[in-house]
Design a protein around this ligand. Structure first.
Ligand code: IPM
Ligand code: MG
Length: 410
């Protein structure tokens, strides 16, 4: 081998050694992780709100109004506090060259749960320095290992909940790949026994507690044999503890096809999958529900939880002066997920029903992304007015029944 290549191998080995050491340290931390925080025991629940950048601050502000409206009793009595957290903008992150500025991270860690607007993720060649994604960094720093993404289309019988592993897989060292030489680039994928077990357990627990009782494990273990293989082996072990939960395993490619197979897709309930497959397939699932703008995302850890949209920051809408027309529904959906996580399932259920009525059924206001439609604030007000309706449950049920009959008659 050429001397230059030998040197490149050496440098790569050293870098790889560092990365392995970091991951082994993580495994030790995982072994010592604490138990779940019980929100019902807190005197005061602190909810951090950070708008992010691009359309983030706009849609986040609209969603915050809905949150404040639904939690008014708790905020008034001091049981909950909503706290603005600054500094998660791309300008600030680029200035300090960090995915999350230190002072912002310190503030986030003083909250229990966080509502977060989209943040710009630079890629190679952008006008921004190629810093790590703020989402990914927050998931790692606050150890938000379960990315829970529900998708529901009642008239099609679709009731899916995705449990995407959120701190490992191809994302764990996504910014730490090695350019070995000008011709050879290598990335890495990580699966730990502890990290895999907790996400699989979260999926099975949910399947059992919610009565859905069916889990589909999705990997590409026939090709990505080591890490996906581990995912599958751990799942086989954990599944034995849940005899009442039926489970099967699928490869990601065929599962991507099955989600658009009308004969099959309404059978699925709970999915558990590694990070990258979960990222990709949840966009597909959201599209079936009406687009990524309709889907919310819960990032759950034992100590912290963060709720966000599943889409990006759409800087173009800001450049074109249309940001106030950006659709806040994904962020309002995130509010519903937060409510259910902090022990307000009934409020969450009403908000979900109101969103269905406003977005899919009644559509008295429509968002078009420009001034031909309503603004995000107007839409949020429409959703709140709908939550208040005495006949909400009845109206929602009638619409669902009608939509189901229409699908059946097609
Ligand atoms: C998501 C997003 C993020 C991800 C990006 C913005 C880093 O696509 O939440 O699905 O890849 O996880
Ligand atoms: Mg995504």
């Amino acid at each position: 081998m050429k001397i230059a290549d030998e040197q490149a191998v050496k440098a790569a080995q050293e870098r790889y050694g560092e990365l392995v050491r970091q991951q082994l340290k993580r495994v030790e931390d995982l072994k010592n992780e604490g138990d779940w925080v019980d929100y019902s025991r807190l005197d005061r629940l602190v909810i951090g709100v950070c708008g992010g950048d691009g359309i983030g601050p706009y849609i986040c502000a609209s969603a915050q109004k809905v949150l404040e409206f639904l939690l008014a009793d708790k905020i008034e009595s001091g049981k909950a506090e909503i706290r603005a957290i600054d500094g998660l903008t791309i300008e600030r992150r680029a200035e300090v060259l960090k995915a999350i500025p230190d002072d912002t991270l310190a503030e986030l860690k003083k909250c229990h749960v966080i509502l977060k607007g989209p943040t710009t993720t630079p890629k190679k060649g952008d006008k921004w320095p190629n810093i790590e994604s703020a989402n990914v960094a927050m998931r790692k720093q606050l150890d938000l290992f379960a990315n829970v993404r529900p998708v529901s289309v009642p008239e099609l019988g679709i009731d899916w909940t995705f449990f995407r592993e959120n701190t490992e897989g191809s994302y764990a060292m996504g910014s730490d790949g090695i350019d070995v030489t000008a011709d050879l680039a290598m990335d890495f994928c990580v699966a730990t026994a502890q990290g895999t077990e907790r996400i699989v357990r979260a999926g099975f627990d949910f399947a059992k507690k919610s009565g859905r009782n069916y889990v589909s494990l999705v990997t590409k273990a026939n090709i990505i044999k080591t890490t996906d293989g581990k995912f599958l082996t751990v799942a086989e072990k954990v599944a034995k503890e849940y005899p009442e939960v039926k489970w099967d395993d699928w490869f990601i490619d065929i599962m991507t096809a099955k989600l658009i197979d009308p004969a099959r897709r309404s059978d699925f309930r709970v999915f558990v999958l590694p990070n990258l497959y979960g990222d990709i397939i949840t966009d597909e699932a959201a599209q079936i529900q009406g687009g990524v703008g309709t889907a919310g995302s819960a990032n759950i850890g034992k100590k912290y939880a963060m709720f966000e949209a599943i889409h990006g920051s759409a800087p173009r809408m800001v450049d074109e002066g249309r940001a106030q027309h950006a659709d806040p529904c994904s962020m309002i959906k995130a509010v519903a997920l937060m409510l259910s996580h902090i022990g307000e399932p009934e409020k969450a259920r009403r908000l979900d029903m109101a969103l269905d009525v406003c977005v899919q059924f009644e559509r008295k206001l429509v968002m078009t992304g420009r001034d031909t439609g309503s603004t995000g604030d107007e839409f949020a007000q429409y959703v709140m007015d709908t939550v208040k309706r005495d006949d909400l449950e009845k109206v929602w049920q009638e619409h669902v029944d009608r939509a189901k009959a229409a699908v059946a008659g097609r």
